[in-house]
Design a protein around this ligand. Structure first.
Ligand code: PHE
Length: 557
């Protein structure tokens, strides 16, 4: 089944090609459209600082883990995860790690394409001079009414964008993907650097630099912190199958940590460059830094309208944004296509068309969220808001958590070590510790808080019976404690193949008897023989006992 990915035409032709493709996936609307408006809303420097910490302390370790699972499994995400789990004598249900990716990417692409369509539309409007003399009010109106408000326009650009994406993916790894990124990525860098130079020389460079790089830590709120972590994941393309799928095409002799570092560094550089391109203009023209998602589409055309040569600069800017979006969209379609190809045996071109068509149709819901259905709101808002919420706040942190825990705790340690090459033992240890401890706690915290599960979990376990705090910071802290103190024990027990203990620990959590859960784990960690005896008593199978003691003697990290 994994054979399709194993065929020679399904590996990258060079390290550069792989890096370019992965950078192409990472660099997208997330960097140019989302990062600046989140920095603007998050107060500037403090957000940038914490974002950088998250990218390198949490995003980078998870990226290495995700590439690792992809390469070792050498197949579409669900098959890869299942294969790798089987290789470590783990249950095949670990395939869910891959499913989160395939399904998440499917839904993200459905609205990503709509936003990318806006970018295409603004590119044409700027170049044809239709955005001539804009006032701020007119620009808001233009975005919400003239463009967003017209079903036909949003729908049309969404259609065009999906057609382009399908076209490239249908042509395969070497013919489509690699060729596209080989031209598109360098073009993007050149355009962006040009924009930055222009912007810094005509705009308020000093103010922008101060805003971006002078952190006032008092600006940091719980919300900003969560937002920064979510943004780091989105921007690095993590936990949505994209990196795992690209990892499947990586030859065995490339160093994953080195590649991941280059990808993360390039992605971060582009985000910072986008900030440097946008904020000098924002301050120059007295625009609002915290204008929200409209920052790029509402405020920048104002700047383009006023500046000399705005037609060209503006056109280039939106061209750049569309290119960045296209190379990311390719990686969002690839998980679905590779799964259809490998599991269902559908030819690539056909798989791309059918997969793309399904995503395109779902995307119509997001198209209508701007116009026909703008009043139809439920749960988190419009259709688009709901899809965005579930993918970004539930699936992504959950997928990241799963990948970190799976690789650090559940995979065979020798297998992990053999995949992570090109770094010293000390760095390797540092990576494993970040992945096994820091990442799960941080991701569990974001999952609990951002999904709203913290209220639910805290209500169930209700710390000391004080009720659930209304303060999000306090809730975040409590949810983190809940995870470390109550859920970790059952995960630990599951890792050592003690399903009964895992269940017991979990029951303890829910019943609020955490100390008992911990006691079990402690006893078991120090006297495994005792618990093995317990397990025998409950009728566990001998082969599993054997496997568990094998792993105990082999596992250090
Ligand atoms: N990283 C892309 C961006 O910044 C979006 C993306 C997320 C792509 C997840 C693939 C997977 O726009």
């Amino acid at each position: 089944m994994a054979g399709a990915a194993g065929s020679p035409e399904k590996t990258w032709s060079s390290r550069t090609a792989f890096i370019l493709a992965a950078v192409g996936s990472a660099v997208g609307l997330g960097n140019v459209w989302k990062f600046p408006y989140e920095v603007g809303a998050g107060g500037g420097g403090a957000f940038v600082l914490i974002y950088l910490v998250f990218v390198f302390a949490i995003g980078l370790p998870v990226m290495i883990a995700e590439l690792l699972v992809g390469r070792r499994g050498h197949a579409a995400p669900p098959i890869a995860a299942e294969t790798v789990a089987a290789g470590s004598q783990r249950h095949k249900s670990w395939a869910w790690l891959g499913w989160i990716g395939v399904i998440g990417a499917f839904f993200v692409l459905s609205f990503y394409s709509v936003i990318a369509g806006f970018s295409l539309s603004y590119m044409v409007e700027t170049v044809t001079g239709r955005l001539g003399d804009l006032t701020p009010e007119a620009s808001v109106k233009h975005f919400t009414d003239d463009i967003g408000g017209s079903f036909a326009i949003v729908f049309g650009w969404h259609t065009l964008f999906m057609v382009l994406t399908v076209f490239i993916v249908a042509r395969g790894i070497k013919g489509g993907l690699e060729q596209a990124v080989t031209y598109l990525m360098p073009a993007l860098f050149v355009l962006l650097v040009g924009m930055v130079i222009y912007s810094l020389s005509v705009g308020e460079a000093g103010k922008a630099l101060q805003f971006l790089f002078q952190p006032r830590l008092s600006d940091l709120t719980t919300d900003n912190i969560l937002q920064a972590l979510g943004q780091a994941f989105f921007s690095l393309s993590l936990a949505l199958g994209a990196i795992m799928t690209y990892g499947a095409y990586v030859p065995r002799d490339y160093s994953l940590p080195r590649s991941a570092f280059i990808i993360a560094a390039a992605d971060t550089a582009v985000a910072i460059l986008a900030g440097l391109a946008i904020f000098p203009l924002v301050f120059q023209y007295g625009l609002e830094a915290n204008a929200g998602p409209g920052l790029v589409f509402i405020t920048l055309p104002l700047a383009f309208a006023e500046m000399p040569g705005g037609v060209i600069v503006g056109g280039a800017f939106f061209l750049l944004l569309s290119i960045a979006a296209l190379t990311s969209a390719i990686s969002l379609l690839e998980p679905t296509v590779s799964w259809l190809e490998e599991k269902r045996g559908i030819a690539r071109a056909k798989a791309a068309v059918w997969g793309g068509l399904a995503i395109y149709l779902v995307g119509i819901g997001s198209v209508m969220s701007f116009n026909v259905w703008s009043d139809v709101t439920f749960w988190r808002g419009t259709v688009l808001d709901n899809i965005d919420f579930i993918t970004n706040n539930v699936m992504m942190p959950l997928g990241g958590l799963g990948i970190a825990v799976f690789v650090a705790w559940f995979m065979n340690p020798e297998a992990v070590r053999s995949e992570v090459t090109g770094i010293s033992d000390r760095l390797y240890k540092a990576w494993l510790n970040l992945l096994g401890f820091v990442c799960p706690v941080a991701l569990a915290a974001i999952f609990f808080s951002v999904s709203g599960a913290d209220r639910l979990v805290l209500r169930i376990v209700d710390l000391a019976g004080y009720g659930v705090s209304e303060d999000p910071g306090e809730r975040l802290l409590h949810a983190t404690i809940v995870f470390i103190v109550m859920i970790m024990p059952s995960l630990l027990a599951a890792r050592r193949r003690h399903p009964q203990l895992a269940l017991l620990a979990f029951v303890n959590v829910v019943a609020g008897w955490q100390p008992i859960g911990w006691l079990f784990c402690l006893v078991w960690a120090h006297r495994p023989d005792l618990l093995t005896a317990t397990r025998r008593a409950v009728g566990a199978r001998d082969d599993r006992v054997q496997a568990s003691s094998d792993e105990r003697s082999g596992s250090a990290g």
